[in-house]
Structure formats: C-alpha cells, structure tokens
Design a protein. Structure first.
Length: 127
C-alpha cells in the first residue's frame, strides 16, 4: 500500500508513504491520487517527499514501470525527495532515471533535510 496526503495545510508538498510489499498497481494508483491533489491547488508548484518502506524492495520490472510512471507526472509536480533510501535503492533509482534522462528525484537522510532541499529548490524558481 502507498499512502498519499498533503504534508500540511499549505498544500505544497505531497507525502507518499510506501508500506512493505507494495505493487506497481498501487504505485500507479498513488500517482493518480497525487495528480488529483495537485489539481486541487491550481496556482501552486508541488513537490513530493517519498518515505520508502523499511524493506525498500522494488516489485519486478522497475525499468518498464518507472518509465510508464514518468510519462504520467503532472506538469506542476516538480520533483520528489526520497528520505532514507539505502545505497542499493539509490543506485538502482539513479541508474533508472539516468537511462530515462530524468533528474526529478533527489535523496535526503531525514525528513527535515528533504524540507530544506525543497525550500532551496523553491527559491530557485522565478516568481
């Protein structure tokens, strides 16, 4: 299962909480839910914080499914920060995203670090 919710009342950051043994269908459902949340705030640019499961195991066929998922990202969803990913997960995801010429995923060691990263990215955006 993957839980999707706003981080707080500002509705600028979506939290995606991955539970152990999630499926690609649940991933795509979470993506649809995220898309729907972004649509509720038409004037904002949205970021995501991904909290992976403790196992951090990907279901089969990650390259195919991540490629499929990247096609469906909302245009105002500017990127995600994954918190606490282990070295193997970082390597796997970085490799997959490089193959697909996508750099919209960053990594942080804590939720606080993820918020700091997002704040820095927001400062770079034109007003």
């Amino acid at each position: 299962m993957i839980e999707v919710e706003w981080a707080d009342d500002t509705q600028e950051i979506v939290i995606l909480r991955f539970q152990d043994k999630w499926t690609w269908q649940q991933f795509f459902d979470a993506q649809k839910k995220t898309h729907a949340l972004v649509e509720t705030v038409p004037d904002k640019v949205i970021y995501g914080i991904i909290l992976p499961s403790k196992q951090q195991l990907l279901p089969p066929n990650p390259l195919f499914n991540f490629r499929k998922g990247l096609v469906n990202i909302h245009p105002r969803y500017k990127g995600s920060v994954m918190v606490g990913a282990n070295a193997f997960s970082r390597l796997m995801l970085t490799t997959v995203l490089k193959v697909m010429s996508n750099d919209d995923l960053s990594f942080a060691n804590s939720v606080a670090e993820a918020y700091t990263f997002i704040a820095t990215e927001r400062e770079k955006q034109p007003q």
